[in-house]
Design a protein around this ligand. Structure first.
Ligand SMILES: Cc1cc2nc3c(=O)[nH]c(=O)nc-3n(C[C@H](O)[C@H](O)[C@H](O)COP(=O)(O)OP(=O)(O)OC[C@H]3O[C@@H](n4cnc5c(N)ncnc54)[C@H](O)[C@@H]3O)c2cc1C
Length: 494
């Protein structure tokens, strides 16, 4: 066996979630070894939608710019029946959210993955091994001893923590004997990504679900020069029936001239909803698709995995440095799972509207959904859920995502302070304990022309924001800091 590797955290899988976690852990001062089984980023069509909260998290690790360049804001998302009547519509709009990014953007997943890998290549704390698989591991009292295998053979890695970011078929999950709960959705779809010819930038600005029982179809812009279609498979249809160029051209023809585009990637998936029963076994954790999967009707699978990474990295770092009790890691699943489930429930609900192939059922659905006048069928995109725990009770804004402030000199606070907690306070007092972990900012240092912060603060003295940008609480500074310390040390349920 080749020389042994020692690291603070071993990550299995360099998909978007493993890459994000590696960057956040490294930004928190830990050494990271990440192993990726494949030689290239995943070649099949996957995520096309990203929300503003997640774009902001990508910005925190310096990976948002390439994504923004290759993305377009999504002004509207519509569900129409077979005759083209509007069943339901959402208008996220294109104005930046208080996070500083458009509410919804359509993008190209490989661009995001290359952006994350470029950031990883520049981070000396991350040791990335491509073409290298995690094959087995043993949990010890203070970490794991794992075997990673590349073309040269197996090698031992000793790590204080192992995180499985190894996707839906997670080896870490299987070796940990963690079962999946089936959340009751399982439908086969064909997905194709296309590149538009002749410098055409977009076929449509909006996302569309054609809820036609003869063949439900999703049509989505994917950022400049690209378009995605998803076709629900009909009963008895096989992948071989739909994957040939001829079959794809026939499927695309009602929506675009097949000669005007190149089919870049094609795949048949089963869209399903599952959640791992446990996301942590001592010092072994699951993140992203390894922990949960949902159908893509909300465009939130990858977004949820990035949120997992943002929830987990600072907790691992705090436990590793002795700043928090090991039981803080229990809050990872208790905070993240309800959030993911709430979004999965909406995705499944939307999927059930779309995936109707019975003509009578579709007619009943259409009659019910077109009862309100058309204007009443359109709404803002439902707000994403907040955190239900891991916050200080007593204020409605606790658990919501904080706006992204700019300092009076124009810089984003996120750029200046990075992935640490921050306290915005009316009076900057002597708060040396907190200053060791996070940053204290006076309200007067912030450009608050839009009054996001003064409105949020109201009569309160201060607001404490977690590293993952969820608001921990508002109130008197000393109360906030005492609750924060109790939360880190698991002294009382936050
Ligand atoms: C058709 C479709 C559309 C989607 N649309 C959206 C969308 O619009 N928005 C959205 O947010 N999400 C969407 N998703 C979901 C999103 O693509 C996934 O949630 C996301 O890719 C999961 O990222 P991950 O890093 O957890 O896993 P993956 O991307 O699967 O990465 C896991 C990595 O682990 C590696 N690996 C596996 N086993 C090992 C091992 N033993 N050792 C080392 N490496 C290993 C794999 O090679 C892989 O690179 C969509 C998915 C599909 C299929």
């Amino acid at each position: 066996m080749a020389a042994r590797v020692e690291t603070d955290v071993l990550i299995a899988g360099l998909g978007p979630v493993g890459a994000m976690l590696a960057l956040l852990l490294a930004r928190s001062g830990l050494t990271v070894t990440v192993v990726e089984r494949d030689s290239e980023v995943y070649p099949l069509p996957r995520a096309a939608h990203i929300d503003h909260e997640v774009m902001r998290l990508l910005h925190l690790v310096g990976a948002a710019d390439p994504v923004l360049k290759a993305s377009s804001p999504l002004p509207a998302y519509e569900f129409r029946n077979g005759a083209g009547a509007l069943l339901m519509g959402f208008s996220p709009g294109v104005e930046d959210a208080p996070t500083g990014f458009p509410p919804s953007s359509m993008f190209h997943q490989p661009t995001l993955e290359h952006g994350l890998r470029a950031a990883i290549a520049n981070d000396p704390r991350i040791d990335a091994h491509i073409n290298t698989a995690l094959t087995t591991f043993t949990a010890t009292d203070d970490g794991v001893i794992a075997t990673i295998t590349d073309a040269q053979g197996p090698r031992e890695v000793r790590a204080k923590f192992l995180v499985g970011c190894d996707g839906g078929a997670s080896v870490v999950r299987k070796l940990s004997q963690i079962a999946l709960d089936d959340l009751g959705f399982d439908e086969p779809w064909l997905v194709i990504d296309t590149v538009l010819k002749n410098n055409v930038q977009a076929l449509s600005a909006i996302g569309l679900q054609h809820c036609d029982p003869r063949r439900p179809v999703t049509s989505m812009p994917m950022g400049p020069g690209r378009h995605r279609w998803e076709f629900m498979m009909l009963p008895g249809e096989t992948a071989d029936d739909v994957m040939s160029d001829e079959a794809l051209n026939r499927l695309v023809a009602p929506y675009a001239d097949p000669a005007s585009l190149t089919i870049e990637r094609r795949a048949v998936y089963r869209f399903h909803a599952v959640s791992a029963q446990s996301w942590r076994k001592s010092r072994v954790l699951l993140c992203g698709d390894a922990a949960h999967q949902m159908p893509p009707f909300m465009g939130q699978g990858l977004c949820s995995g990035i949120r997992d990474a943002a929830n987990l990295a600072w907790k691992i770092a705090a436990v590793h440095k002795g700043e928090a009790a090991p039981s803080l890691l229990d809050t990872y699943q208790s905070e993240r799972e309800p959030h993911v489930r709430a979004i999965t429930d909406i995705a499944v609900f939307l999927g059930r509207i779309v995936c109707v192939q019975n003509v009578d059922e579709a007619a009943a659905r259409d009659a019910q959904m077109t009862t309100p006048c058309e204007a009443d069928r359109v709404s803002m995109l439902p707000p994403l859920p907040g955190l239900g725990t891991g916050i200080m009770a007593g204020h409605a804004s606790a658990g919501q995502v904080a706006p992204a402030p700019r300092l009076c000199d124009g810089r984003r606070l996120d750029d200046v302070i990075g992935y640490v907690p921050f306290l915005i306070t009316r009076e900057k007092g002597l708060l040396s304990g907190f200053a060791a972990q996070g940053r204290i900012i006076a309200l007067s240092e912030i450009d608050d022309a839009a009054q996001h912060w003064s409105k949020l603060l109201g009569d309160n003295e201060a607001i404490l924001v977690r590293p993952d940008r969820f608001i921990f609480g508002l109130g008197a500074t000393r109360d906030l800091l005492s609750h924060w310390d109790d939360y880190l040390q698991s002294r009382r349920a936050a």
